[in-house]
Design a protein around this ligand. Structure first.
Ligand code: 6PG
Length: 263
């Protein structure tokens, strides 16, 4: 249920209250996230014969990807039925150290029997990033057999959160925050001096399960502001994440949750 029609700057907090699970430490966090992925994959494959997942970049999910590739867990997922996308990507070559694709490939995809054709890397080859965004939007539209103007219902979208409240590559006060109809945006991030490719807010909000994975003291203040502060989503883009008809879970460790009053 989207938040009630609130205008930015109002003192009101978000009407929609997400599920918040607090675990003791980063290791527990990654383990819990791995269980979540495995459960959701099992359920989706049982019900539909496939699992569609958009994975996040950043450092927090690294341990999660290593766990999923670990011999204790990897055989619990029918990888041939899993389809992997990314929630965002840096505009660098796929073998670049900053590439989210490279990170997930090295930590997870190279170690599990997922068919190469089930891996949907965000393209970065065109110099015009808008063309890359449009190409990936076409890929998603084809994969999900979308009508014009339709949005896909991903089974699982994993998100991180920066200490400025950004998620995916939806940074404060950037143009992509106002992309209400696209699937993928080429978003110029002034503070970074670079373009990023990102799934749009409406695409993310159409997912069945959206999971924020947040760890560390450095995120405590912004997590409190996002969850308990005034609804000002252009300043705190993570507040835009509000599933139309799905589940929103904040999976956080104790240090990241240390400033929350409601848990
Ligand atoms: C990226 C991510 C980004 C990330 C946050 C948190 O491409 O970097 O998509 O949104 O999730 O910046 O990053 P950390 O997990 O490193 O704190």
């Amino acid at each position: 249920m989207p938040p009630a029609a609130v205008w930015e700057g109002e003192a009101s907090t978000m009407v929609y209250k997400p599920e918040i699970v607090v675990v003791s430490n980063p290791e527990e966090l990654s383990l819990r996230a791995a269980q979540e992925f495995i459960w959701l994959a099992e359920e989706s494959i049982r019900e539909k014969g496939r699992f569609t997942a958009a994975l996040s970049g950043g450092s927090t999910p690294r341990e999660l990807y290593q766990l999923l590739a670990d011999s204790r867990h990897k055989n619990r997922v029918a990888w041939e039925r899993v389809n992997v996308f990314w929630s965002d990507e840096r505009c660098v070559p796929p073998d670049h150290i900053k590439s989210n694709y490279r990170m997930v490939r090295e930590l997870l995809l190279d170690h599990v029997p997922i068919p190469k054709g089930n891996i949907y890397r965000m393209p970065v080859e065109q110099k015009d990033h808008e063309l890359n965004a449009r190409e990936h939007a076409r890929t998603i539209k084809t994969f999900f057999h979308l009508k014009d103007g339709g949005f896909p219902r991903f089974d699982f979208i994993l998100l991180g959160m920066g200490d400025d409240g950004h998620t995916a590559s939806l940074f404060p006060y950037t143009p992509a925050l106002d992309d209400a109809s696209g699937l993928v945006s080429a978003n110029y991030v002034e503070k970074l001096g670079e373009y990023r490719l990102t799934m749009t807010i409406p695409l993310i909000n159409h997912a069945a399960n959206i999971v924020f994975l947040i760890s560390g003291e450095s995120k405590a203040a912004v997590l409190r502001d996002v969850i308990e502060g005034a609804y000002q989503p252009h300043r705190l883009p993570s507040q835009f994440i509000c599933p139309e008809n799905g589940r929103l879970l904040f999976l956080v460790d104790r240090t990241a949750a240390s400033k929350l009053t409601g848990v």
